[in-house]
Ligand binder design. Sequence first.
Ligand SMILES: [Cu+2]
Length: 80
Amino acid sequence: MRVKKGDRIRWRISSDAPGALHAHAYHLEARLVPGQPVELAFVAFATGRFRIEWHPTDGKAAGDKGHHAPPLATLEVHPQ
Ligand SMILES: [Cu+2]
């Protein structure tokens, strides 16, 4: 996903499995359960390249791939 700094972003997210979506640098988290979409709205205040990660609820708390897994997506915030 490529956006410009200052853009207003709105994600509507749904999942067929329970878990959490994280964009850590932006302190965004959406907890998802199947059939219940969640909306995240934010302003792209910081430039850079940010990992968007998926953490399944049924994943083991420690010792799983966790933050070392490949990101679900990448958010790129470019200067205006
Ligand atoms: Cu995370």
